[in-house]
Design a protein around this ligand. Sequence first.
Ligand code: SIN
Ligand code: FE2
Length: 218
Amino acid sequence: MTPDLFDTVTEPGTPWVEPLEPGAMVLRQFARSYEAALLDAVRRVIDQSPLRHMVTPGGFRMSVAMTNCGDLGWVSDRTGYRYDAIDPEAGRPWPRMPAEFSRLATEAAAQAGFDGFVPDACLINRYEAGTRLSLHQDRDERDHSQPIVSVSLGLPAVFLFGGPKRTDKTRRIPLAHGDVVVWGGPARLHHHGVLPLKEGLHPFIGDCRVNLTFRKAA
Ligand code: SIN
Ligand code: FE2
């Protein structure tokens, strides 16, 4: 390996693409250049619409704490899952989607081959040690031709990525601070989840993982 090439490969913050399968890929470190703006924006959103543990239609309290920003927010309660323009806890619209959020999501989607992606919903998930997200599909959105863009911040996690059927084999993908997963096209309805988070301390985020999931819901 030449010294030049070595420098290029190891330079911190240089993103690279890791294909998963048709329609799905990890953009490693893609969010690093946005991180200061993202963290600021996350704090502003959480001030207005605090993280909360939603209840599943079956009556279970979700271990992942969630909030939203954008025109629509994903909500779960005893009546089911839905997108809602109103934060039911605050009784007012969700905070606006910060400009740096939309820019990151549109650029990541384009990098992954999905031009013109404009998210109207951003779900913010906070995982603490031991918290997991069970295997599910993102299917509450109207237009499945639009991809999902998922940004990892803070502690590392293991992402599970399966197939169209719940019982399909899953692969385990380690995700680090700044990694962005994009899935759409033939992979749009693939099952995915997150294994229980390991304890740790991230220099910028602390003892948790924060995930931003961008979607075109309406
Ligand atoms: C989700 O599927 O909503 C979140 C996935 C993640 O936290 O990486
Ligand atoms: Fe999901």
